[in-house]
Design a protein around this ligand. Structure first.
Ligand SMILES: [Zn+2]
Length: 342
């Protein structure tokens, strides 16, 4: 009876590694039992060099951290990867940012290279887990929520009754390819009018360029070189009062709201977290997003909070993410600590 102090209660107190595999860079981090980041390594993902080379770099980073911290036991590794992934078998699908990596057995390869148990999740789901447990959803006590990640593409992660909703193969929750404009822009996925064509970084830039051409608006310094424009440039221009840039984010919010409306009507969720690089322009698109959600979601009209951005019981909150770009890494490290396989 006196030995309870030496026991560790389940997996939740076990330290772990997280790996955030991105199209341009990969980050490996070691988190202690309190989820404090103790050591990290970041290196470029050299996609053309192929997945085996990337796995070797990851294993080297894990080994370097093990040496640095003097870790003497094997710790589980969680990895978040761009989707789609066949999670059942741990195999990558066909990835636009990692061409030539199709059908790679990511989970098995990383486990073999490190000798550690590996848990695989899509990057969007990993970010959702992190925001749910330790970010904007922390202390909300909700068991169901969605996170939308707005960046180069639109990712989404869905947590229902405390578990990630994976669908049959792990391809569930692809809100980026929900139709928000049936006669709209063609999407590389083969469909038309997908949310990703309207609510990702490239969409802001396209919309801004269109608006400049249509209105003949004068170019602001940010728009001086329209070929190399980024969504961030457009947000800077909007902050400076450029009407075309303001309009571009307004349109972005409008379509994002249509996408979220479908999600709310379908699932009656208490919490939706909006993250990713483009979401940093929250102040520029949230008004039209909320207007659009009110317009298109009957459930939101019934359950909207009395104050925006405040979590109220029995109300649908739509709030910005709070963990920033580290959400994917943190979520990956959490994979081994969640109560059951998710
Ligand atoms: Zn699509």
């Amino acid at each position: 009876l006196a030995h309870a102090c030496s026991t560790k209660a389940g997996n939740s107190s076990q330290a772990s590694f997280g790996v955030d595999l991105g199209g341009t860079s990969t980050r490996v981090g070691f988190f202690d039992e309190h989820m404090q980041l103790r050591a990290t390594r970041t290196f470029p993902t050299v996609a053309p060099a192929g997945p085996h080379s990337a796995i070797a770099r990851m294993a080297e980073a894990v080994q370097a951290i093990v040496s640095e911290l003097g870790i003497d036991t094997v710790h589980p590794i969680g990895i978040g990867s761009p989707g789609p992934i066949n999670l059942r078998d741990g195999i990558l699908g066909s990835l636009p940012n990692l061409s030539g990596w199709d059908n790679f057995h990511l989970r098995a390869a990383l486990s073999q290279a490190t000798g550690a148990p590996v848990l695989l999740e899509s990057d969007a789901n990993a970010a959702a887990i992190a925001e749910w447990q330790l970010g904007a959803g922390r202390s909300s006590g909700v068991e169901s929520m969605a996170m939308i990640t707005l960046g180069t593409g639109v990712g989404s992660g869905l947590i229902l009754n405390g578990r990630v909703w994976h669908g049959m193969f792990g391809m569930g929750g692809e809100l980026g390819h929900a139709t928000v404009a049936p006669e709209g822009e063609a999407c590389p996925c083969g469909s038309r009018g997908c949310l990703e064509r309207y609510a990702a970084a490239g969409a802001v830039v396209r919309s801004y360029r269109r608006s400049i051409i249509e209105t003949g608006a004068p170019c602001t310094p940010h728009a001086a070189n329209p070929d190399s424009l980024t969504a961030h440039d457009v947000s800077q221009a909007a902050e400076d009062g450029d009407a075309a840039a303001v309009q571009a984010y307004d349109t972005f919010g409008h379509y994002l709201g249509i996408g979220l409306s479908g999600l709310i009507n379908l699932l009656d969720l208490p919490l939706i977290i909006v993250g990713g690089g483009v979401a940093e322009a929250w102040g520029l698109f949230s008004q039209s997003m909320f207007e659009s959600v009110r317009h298109y979601s009957v459930i939101y009209r019934l359950l909207q909070p009395t104050q925006l951005l405040v979590l109220e019981p029995d109300r649908t909150a739509i709030v910005p993410a709070s963990l920033g770009p580290s959400a994917g890494l943190i979520g990956a490290a959490l994979l081994s600590r969640l109560p059951s396989k998710i």
